[in-house]
Design a binder for this molecule. Sequence first.
Ligand code: PLP
Length: 391
Amino acid sequence: MQLTAPVAPLSHWALSPDVVHLNHGSYGGCPRAVFDAAAAIRVRLEAAPMRFLVLEWQAELDRARRALAQLIHAPEDQLVFVPSATTGVATALASVSLAADDEIIATSHGYRAVKNQLVRLADARGARVVTIPIAVPYDPDAFVADVAAAITPRTRLAVLDHITSPTALCIPLERIIPLFAARGIPVLIDGAHAPGQLELDLRKLGATWYTGNNHKWLCAPKGTGFLVTTTPLRPLVTSHGASPEYGPPNRLHAELDWMGTYDPTPHLAVPTAIATIDQLGGGWSQTIARNHALAIEMRRRLIDALGGSARHVLAPEASLGSMAAVPIALPAGITPFALQTRLLTDGWEVPVIDFASGPLVRISAHLYNHAGQAEELAHKLRSLGVQLRDA
Ligand SMILES: Cc1ncc(COP(=O)(O)O)c(C=O)c1O
């Protein structure tokens, strides 16, 4: 497996060679072929907006939906595009029935935007968010037991990540979702990071709602995510599709595909993104396996080069996808944000996370990355006075 050199060097990407790219996880990165395909779609749209949006858009969106559904093994009739995972979460939450004293289960590693939505929803309904702490070093068995113990007769909803954002932990959903399903409790999965980092089979997984991003590991342009729902949903914005005679026969598609005039280019470029990574990486399975192996190798090298040991390992290898978080200690008076800003200013895209138990640096491994970047990062961090911290 090729770890010491990029599988697809930066010349294949719209990414600048003047920057060290170690944060695919946050905002993705676009291969040139995808960037060009998106530009060509936008040219067609703006050349004849009415023809494009009246005659061509729905069929092209359906085609894009089919390509995505095939990759993530989701039913097309239950799949809609959304601009982002944040919107996917909001759309699903809008259909949750919740009353005073009901409980929502979430975790301490949840994404801030999602946590904020849960707090507002709970406040509005007089419900309560029950936050399960995920201890680090991460023990998935202990976490599954903690989830089981947190379910009460008042639990009405669980909102869980597939891969946590600050800590890059893969959550064993195949063991957790059945705990809720057995009690008829709906589960919303925030899979923002999962498509393209994990092999997904959403039919098998059995979540009530599953949302993910296409702009991250699938490498589509920004502004495309998806939501798969097993229950009827209303859009956040009521539009033409609320009229039964308007739009395609599938009422989920009729209501959620169109919420007003927008630029569908990012969604329509998803099939090209899927095909491009498939081709650059020698197949999706190979890409996912290689990026996982690279993330592990980069974590090992980063910890070694900073003089660390097993004490600095946050999670077992099997609980990682293509990202890894490493606990760090900062020089006195330097905040995580200040360090991240300094790195950005110096041409390093790598997130420094202000986590409850202490700062973390998170690395990402996609086809343009290679193992030696871990030692380069260690060297850079050391020059800024950064050390490792016990996990
Ligand atoms: C776990 C998680 N959920 C949700 C999001 C939000 O994604 P978006 O900004 O595309 O809505 C992110 C973004 O990084 C994330 O990591």
